[in-house]
Write a protein that binds this ligand. Structure first.
Ligand code: ATP
Ligand code: MG
Length: 581
């Protein structure tokens, strides 16, 4: 069915209204639940949330949504939010990931104060919990192989089958579990399973494995343990131990909730956190699965976790995203129960809005074309006044040197301009920003290749500052730098990492790597930037006039030549899309 234009715009408008409403933090459905709980004096009116990452990769923008939500709700309701690592899988977890996660959460502007926890700190407690279940006849040691366990589990349409080891006596189970813990058995020989219901419609309740043997060194507990709890056995109990009131997680855990409730009820724990699920963030032209992000890094598709093309927080940071812009984005997307895909253009829009207010303007020429002003005295230098930020008068002004030899952008000149090209061309007059009007009088070319090497121009001394006393107009204002004063810089231009809106949705025989954008990085080694950028600090962000926002690379800025990453262009497709609605 086709929607009429009017119908379409009505639909979009109502979506907009909803988004507006969602921007008020207290208006999201989780806040509404918490608010009602406080009114009912549930948990004595207290609110405690947590952000629970597994240290098996770097955080991404989806995690930022969860961080903003958990820390944000705690703040709104005068509660606290813990940072807890759910570090139950020593094989995939590393200290490097812990360090990066701590750095990223802090950088985003959130403070866990003294509430940094690790599920691994509770390993002894989890063992006690396991023993309680065994003693109640609610857990048993199974000696089927992993394959057999899978086979016995059944499917969504077929019930599972009970293991022949399911009815071991309590004594036998206690003995075997103790010996598993003591390291008597090799990996994979036994597991501890909850004894629930092999015919349950919910596969998570078909006697899930809660402990496995793994002779692996853990990044925090070293070789203390050779059995490790499964994530599902650790997560809910960790929340309970910490006294979490509202355990907020993504929708894929909805089906795990009955299991988490079962554990806490059977263990008769005092604190029973209330789990509330919300939809994960999905963003166009990128991927959000840690498993896939790891592949991008290990297979060398990008240069590390903080490659500025990555959707990781450290990648966004290196690209020039500010914590404010990311928090604003998380606010705007709201929180819902239904999966959806957010347009990357919205994230970019949030960055532009933030930087437009704050970023100092400078002039930089990415693809330099030499301009000689024939009637400007050789050796003369004028210091022209340039406004630092028209959005912020307090930012003041600076001086930019002007001289006989300049660089302008190659793209700002055409020898045979088509109708709508208003920039420089032979015989045409344009304005140089903060400078003078110039007219192109000659074009010097390479005799062999025909490449344009240099433009010869004349300037009008009467037009200093950018206006002609006789009132004549020009159609374009170009940015420029003085050739002898400019600083050489490397500029890295980035675009989407994938060519497909949803790379995870791959055609048959392909996977997400088939859609990597080969042109997602363009390096321009010989750019010319104005001299005021000489002492630009790593991570400082500027608007290069007419080009976009650029930040000094955090890591590659040693040595003489600064490196700038293009954070975002000036063209705002999001704002344009909104106008069309
Ligand atoms: P894994 O497959 O490794 O578990 P994960 O993305 O779930 O990957 P976690 O470290 O377990 O990673 O996530 C920490 C928290 O962030 C969890 O509560 C999870 O629900 C939430 N989270 C993860 N991805 C997103 C996302 N795309 N949008 C919103 N929240 C997310
Ligand atoms: Mg997870």
């Amino acid at each position: 069915m086709f929607l009429s234009r009017a119908g379409l715009s009505r639909r979009c408008k109502s979506k907009l209204v909803m988004e507006e409403r969602d921007r008020v933090p207290a208006a999201n459905f989780i806040a509404a639940i918490i608010s009602a709980d406080i009114k009912a004096n549930k948990n004595d009116g207290k609110v405690m949330t947590r952000f629970p990452p597994e240290p098996n990769g770097y955080l991404h923008i989806g995690h930022a949504k969860s961080i903003c939500l958990n820390f944000g709700l705690a703040e709104i309701f005068n509660g606290v939010c813990n940072l807890r690592f759910d570090d139950t899988n020593p094989i995939k977890e590393e200290q490097e990931y812990i360090d990066s996660i701590l750095e990223d959460v802090q950088w985003l502007g959130f403070d866990w104060e003294n509430r940094l926890y690790f599920a691994s700190d509770y390993f002894a407690r989890f063992c006690e919990f396991a023993v309680i279940l065994i003693k109640k006849g609610k857990a048993y040691v199974d000696s089927l192989s992993a394959d057999e366990i899978r086979e016995y589990r059944g499917t969504l349409t077929n019930p599972g089958k009970e293991s022949p080891y399911r009815n071991r006596t309590i004594e036998e189970n206690l003995d075997l579990f103790e010996r598993m813990k003591d390291g008597e058995f090799p990996d994979g020989t036994h597991v501890l399973r909850a004894k629930i219901d092999m015919t349950s419609g919910n596969l998570n309740l078909r006697d899930p494995v809660i402990y496995r043997i793994l002779h692996a060194r853990h990044h925090r507990t070293d070789d203390t343990w050779c059995i490790y709890p499964m994530y599902d056995f650790a997560h809910g109990q960790s929340d309970s131990i910490e006294g979490i009131t509202h355990s907020i997680c993504t929708l894929e855990f909805e089906d795990h909730r009955p299991l988490y409730d079962w554990f806490i009820d059977e263990l008769e724990l005092d604190c029973h956190p209330q789990q509330i699920e919300f939809a994960r963030l999905n963003l166009t032209y990128t991927i959000m699965s840690k498993r896939k992000l790891v592949r991008l890094v290990t297979d060398g598709y990008v240069k590390g976790w903080d490659d500025p093309r990555m959707p990781t927080i450290s990648g966004l940071r290196r690209r020039g995203y500010t914590p404010e812009s990311i928090r604003d984005f998380c606010d705007r997307i709201g929180v819902a129960k239904k999966e959806s895909m957010v347009d990357m253009a919205l994230l970019e829009h949030c960055l532009r809005e933030d930087l437009n207010k704050r970023a100092p303007r400078v002039m930089a020429v990415l693809k330099p074309l030499k301009v000689i002003i024939e009637n400007y005295p050789a050796g003369k230098v004028e210091e022209l006044d340039a406004v630092n930020n028209p959005e912020d008068p307090a930012a003041g002004s600076r001086k930019v040197p002007f001289s006989r030899e300049l660089y302008i952008e190659k793209d700002d000149f055409m020898e045979e301009p088509p109708k709508k090209f208003f920039r420089l061309a032979p015989g045409r007059e344009v304005r140089l920003r903060y400078g003078y009007f110039i007219t192109c009088v000659d074009v010097k070319k390479d005799a062999a290749t025909g490449e344009i090497l240099e433009l010869r121009c004349l300037y009008d001394p009467e037009t200093k500052g950018g206006n002609a006393p006789d009132g004549r107009k020009v159609k374009a204002t170009l940015h420029w730098v003085s050739a002898n004063h400019a600083l050489e810089a490397e500029v890295r231009l980035y675009s989407h990492l994938f060519t497909r809106e949803n790379p995870a949705d791959a055609e048959e025989g392909k996977d997400f790597t088939s859609y990597i954008n080969e042109e997602s990085l363009e390096v321009l080694p010989n750019c010319q930037v104005e001299p005021s950028l000489k002492d630009a600090e790593p991570e400082s962000i500027y608007q290069f006039e007419r080009l976009g926002y650029f930040c000094v690379d955090r890591h590659d800025c040693t040595g003489e030549k600064p490196v700038f990453n293009r954070s975002v262009t000036l063209r705002d497709t999001w704002a344009r899309m909104q106008k069309k609605v």
